[in-house]
Design a protein around this ligand. Structure first.
Ligand SMILES: Nc1ncnc2c1ncn2[C@@H]1O[C@H](COP(=O)(O)OP(=O)(O)O)[C@@H](O)[C@H]1O
Ligand SMILES: [Mg+2]
Length: 324
């Protein structure tokens, strides 16, 4: 079976009875996913505020940690939904941690976001948990190139930076000369890279699975644009509806559980009937995948956020904020 209709699984009845104050951390209200989350939360009767991380001030003090936004203390927050882009990972994580220190539930904890952000660290965790991943080697030294290429099964190889996104920083080296030139450049730029087994499935396709609250709620296949090997939608990849096999579903769930995220986009590569997890994204975009599935992903995310509120023992629904 593909996906259950959303009403069967994300019944928002409780959410409607108890309006919550939801905070979304996002650089811009204009981002499609942010906008969708805001609209959905309001439609369900909740108040929602988007905070641009760069205007947040963190007051780190014993006993009474606080977040100020544009000079004003945040006094109403029942749950925080971080949408932290790679450009502000460190500061964004600090803000998420601050809300955690204040006792506010967050949808994706800072530690889990940090684990997924570093591709090497993420692969180490996944491989260590017995989850299939492409053979990968971290290289910092030009002299190690040949060894690294041999360890991942020979040319061609993928070379990628540890913290790229949207396909940026992911390169295909078909010859030793190209691999060497890339590695030389990265060494000079002081950028550690992963040399990775190139998983060729003939048509540059991967799978993006969306996992929310411990369930795979949607999946799409992305097919790379002609003349590219990267299937990212931002690189021209074309999203198509896709039904995950039971095995891939288990793989995606196990990967997300290992990293500890509440909401995640899992990239899976399949070749010769074997699937591997490529990476896990803590702030997956929902625009492209929404066009391929009837599942209401934004509602699933908001409902999962609200379920964290409901689980809080000190939940109050009054005007005053419930953190102090
Ligand atoms: N080892 C690999 N073999 C084949 N294709 C790959 C490999 N690694 C990445 N790709 C392609 O490049 C895309 C981007 O890689 P990914 O590691 O997910 O980085 P990003 O964070 O930029 O999305 C993938 O979606 C896939 O299409
Ligand atoms: Mg990716």
């Amino acid at each position: 079976m593909a996906f259950l209709p959303r009403d069967a699984r994300f019944a928002p009845a409780v959410a409607r009875q108890h309006p919550a104050h939801i905070i979304i951390l996002s650089r811009r209200l204009g981002f499609h996913t942010t906008q969708k989350l805001v609209e959905t939360a309001r439609r369900l009767g909740h108040s929602v505020r988007v905070l641009d991380p760069i205007h947040c001030l963190l007051h780190v003090v014993q006993g009474k940690p606080a977040v100020f936004y544009r000079g004003h203390r945040i006094t109403k927050a029942d749950v925080v939904i971080p949408r932290i882009g790679v450009s502000i990972t460190d500061f964004g994580l600090a803000i998420v941690s601050q809300f955690e220190a204040m006792g506010i539930p967050v949808l994706n904890r800072a530690h889990a976001i940090a684990c997924s952000r570093n591709k090497l660290h993420c692969l180490q965790l996944l491989a260590g948990s017995g989850i299939a991943t492409p053979a990968s080697v971290m290289v910092k030294n030009l002299g190690d190139l040949d060894k690294a290429v041999a360890l991942v099964g020979g040319l061609p190889v993928i070379i990628k930076t540890l913290q790229g996104s949207q396909g940026i920083g992911v390169m295909l080296a078909e010859s030793r000369a190209v691999a060497r030139a890339i590695l030389e450049t990265m060494v000079v730029l002081n950028q550690p890279v992963i040399v990775q087994e190139y998983i060729c499935n003939g048509h540059g396709a991967d799978i993006r699975a969306i996992v929310v609250g411990g369930r795979v709620i949607a999946a799409m296949q992305r097919v790379a644009e002609k003349d590219d090997f990267r299937a990212n939608v931002h690189r021209g990849g074309n999203g198509q509806s896709f039904t995950l096999s039971a095995e891939d579903r288990r793989l995606a769930l196990a990967a997300v559980k290992t990293v500890g995220l509440d909401v995640a986009g899992v990239d899976i590569l399949t070749s010769q009937h074997k699937s591997m997890v490529l990476e896990i994204n803590s702030s997956p975009g929902i625009k492209a995948i929404a066009a391929t599935t009837p599942t209401d992903i934004a509602t699933a995310i908001i409902d999962t956020a609200l379920s964290l509120v409901r689980r809080r023992p000190d939940r109050s629904t009054g005007e005053e904020m419930n953190i102090y």
